[in-house]
Design a protein around this ligand. Structure first.
Ligand code: ZN
Length: 287
């Protein structure tokens, strides 16, 4: 079984008496399980092929892949990462870097380093891939079979807005009636939960700094959530490991993951492309 080697933080009772991994080991009973029970959530891959490959190798079995945007920008393998992302599935949300690279958004709001990476990426991409970026849909994205879930890049209220703090999260949590929104953009793994009128931040706990790990967050049906699976290709929460999440829409549990990857190769590609050095060094610190 994939995932057996992880350091797994055991979460509270999931309602059926089994830890998440034990539940995943059993075949799905199609007679009562809805489709897309286990959803692999990827966000902010940012052209980092090494990080994406390591996440895919570590991800447990899943029924659907959702990409929350910023597939490109910053890293050294934009065409390769787009090809891989396209092969994974059909559910995408566009990110601000996706828009900027294909010319749908100007670079005014980008810092000089992000701007340089955007222009380099635009130069590298095939015309077909630029066209694909142009056609990516704006969030929120809904999947018919999953009415209680939606997918966005920034915020459900504004695709380019950053939800960093519990204060940032309160307005979307109160005004959007969908119980669970998955988002990206901040590169910070975790989320926010609305209890009454209080918005609280949640950060997954890990025990190591360099091992593959997972951490479960069991959700309650009577709460609203905003959940960020973390950034695959450029984490900014001080943990260099690639981040992603898995959502079990049957057990209503989010499992966060952090996976080591071949950092040195990813850095060398950035330097070899003459991209700003800062884009290589920041990967090592997760900042
Ligand atoms: Zn991003």
């Amino acid at each position: 079984m994939k995932g057996c080697c992880f350091v797994s933080s055991s979460g509270p009772d999931l309602g059926h008496g089994l830890p998440a991994y034990a539940a995943a080991a059993f075949p799905l009973q199609k007679s009562y399980n809805p489709p897309f029970v286990r959803i692999l959530l990827l966000s902010d891959i940012h052209s980092n092929l090494e990080a994406l490959d390591s996440c895919l190798a570590a991800a447990p079995a899943h029924d659907l892949v959702v990409n929350l945007g910023d597939t490109v920008g910053y890293g050294g393998n934009p065409n390769e990462v787009i090809a891989k992302a396209q092969a994974l599935g059909r559910v995408f949300v566009r990110g601000n870097h996706d828009k900027a690279v294909c010319g749908l958004m100007n670079l005014e709001d980008f810092n000089p380093v992000a701007g340089l990476a955007t222009l380099w990426t635009r130069d590298q991409l095939t015309p077909k891939n630029l066209e694909w970026l142009r056609e990516l849909p704006q969030g929120p994205i809904h999947v018919d079979e999953l009415p209680d879930i939606q997918f966005v890049h920034g915020s459900p209220l504004d695709e380019d807005e950053y939800m960093v703090s519990a204060r940032d999260a309160i307005e979307p949590l109160i005004t959007i009636p969908v119980p669970v929104t998955f988002f990206g953009h901040t590169h910070l793994q975790g989320g926010f939960v609305l209890t009454g009128e209080i918005s609280e931040a949640y950060h997954p706990g890990y025990r190591t700094v360099g091992q593959p790990e997972s951490s479960d967050w069991p959700l309650r049906k009577d709460r609203r959530y905003l959940i960020n699976p973390g950034s695959v290709g450029q984490p900014r929460d001080g943990d260099w490991r690639a981040g992603f999440a898995m959502f079990d829409s049957d057990a209503w549990v989010v499992s966060f993951y952090r996976i080591p990857y071949n950092l040195r190769v990813a850095q060398e590609k950035i330097l070899a492309a003459n991209l700003p050095q800062r884009l290589a060094t920041r990967l090592a610190t997760g900042r």
